[in-house]
Design a protein. Structure first.
Ligand code: HEM
Length: 149
């Protein structure tokens, strides 16, 4: 259960990042050259993938031996590795997903075409930055021993 979830969670980051970048480029272009709806729905795909990632992340949080180990060891806030997994990673990702969800729904409701894409562009850009800095990349201390996929 844990292994399957962890692999899915790890691989899904790339799909999510791909659609986040595609949505930002797409809305950036449409923001400058307003056009009616149509074309690929990158922002919707990114939203769906990120919400799936959120559900897997929450499940992982409850079955992860990493989280359990840190919780049992105690003093989570004093140990930077424990603090990252028990608090920072989950909290920052939830904030990022909230930002992109609000941006998407505000964008959807905007009447003006340029405003619609501008809202999505900035919300997704902020969310993407938060996501990138909160991933335990293998080149980071908190990601030591973890994979790229
Ligand atoms: C955009 C959202 C997210 C992305 C891109 C993401 C990405 C990642 C990555 C790449 C790993 C390392 C996987 C590996 O070592 O193979 C990881 C680990 C983890 N993530 Fe996330 N994550 C996200 C959201 C969340 C959320 C919202 C939670 C919890 C509420 C969460 C909980 C965890 C936990 C507990 C681990 C460590 C699991 C373990 O080692 O047993 N993640 N995440």
């Amino acid at each position: 259960m844990h292994t399957g979830l962890l692999h899915t969670h790890s691989a899904l980051r790339w799909l999510g990042l791909f659609f986040m970048v595609a949505a930002i480029i797409d809305s950036g272009v449409r923001m400058k050259r307003p056009m009616k709806e149509g074309g690929p729905k990158f922002s919707l795909f990114a939203l769906i993938i990120m919400h799936t990632q959120l559900i897997i992340g929450v499940l992982l949080y409850f079955v992860s031996p990493t989280i359990k180990g840190f919780m049992e060891a105690g003093d989570v806030m004093k140990n930077s590795l424990a603090r990252f997994y028990v608090v920072e990673h989950a909290a920052m990702m939830i904030v990022a997903i909230a930002v992109l969800t609000v941006g998407y729904s505000k964008g959807k409701r905007a009447i003006d075409e340029a405003a619609k894409h501008r809202k999505i562009f900035f919300a997704y850009l902020i969310a993407l930055i938060i996501i990138i800095v909160s991933i335990p990349w293998p080149i980071r201390e908190v990601g030591a021993g973890r994979g790229w996929f």
